[in-house]
Design a protein around this ligand. Sequence first.
Ligand code: ADP
Ligand code: MG
Length: 274
Amino acid sequence: MIVKTEDLVFAYQTDDEKTVTALNGVSLEIEKGSFTAVLGRNGSGKSTLAKNINALLLPSSGVVYVNGYDTKNEEFLWEIRKSAGMVFQNPDNQLVSATVEDDVAFGPENIGVPQEEIRERVTEALQLVGMQEYEKSTLSFLSGGQKQRIAIAGVVAMRPDCIVMDEPTAMLDPQGRKAVMRIARRLNDEGITVILITHFMEEAACAGRVIVMDDGKILLDGTPAEVFEHTDEIKHAGLALPPVVDLIGRLRKRGVEVPATIISGEDFLKWVSA
Ligand code: ADP
Ligand code: MG
């Protein structure tokens, strides 16, 4: 188990001394090597969960373990940060250097990786995100999507076991979104555990497991096919079903027996034309 939370509660204290309970009893186990999508409307607690996994926030009550380390134990903070890397929505907030190679090298340099190995890690990470030709480029000349790929490379260069991506495609155009999704899958193929937070249901379809959050709690948890069957709950949670899943739901209501495993437009077309 790479991530485990037990009855995790997190409350923010606001300036006017109010308490906002953002997570209200989340118990969750994420297996090593898995690809999990976390869905939920704005304010459902997704980012708060991500920050608890990275020990940027500590539980108000309950426990979070990353690779077996309790995040409350300060002694293991660096182990936890190395195990679980974070990618945020806005790449501009996480890029720290002027050039691509310096930026990707920044993390490994900070943890004292030898110079020679840093070179290797930078090359490898840039290859993984398909940005190797940009090694010498200036970050400010890159598009949003390219910057996000560099931000991901920076996390990859830390050789984490797990990467938590908090709406990494939210600010990107469709092409940038597709590239980031391909990279997420490639990372997972390389054995890295991926936790992808998104409000795009189509993106969740390519995960092995989907968790739907609502009001600080886990509402649904299962394979994409299992979760997408709960159309009423999904709509109640303020999410829009992918058009093809919505269509399949309507067909089923009219007695057409579409197999439950079909959740993508591609699969649906294949099934229709078979
Ligand atoms: P999501 O990422 O799903 O949009 P968040 O985890 O950001 O949700 O927020 C969950 C809840 O916590 C929301 O009600 C939000 O308003 C509140 N919240 C988030 N950050 C803060 C903060 N820094 N101070 C007070 N309340 C916050
Ligand atoms: Mg968020």
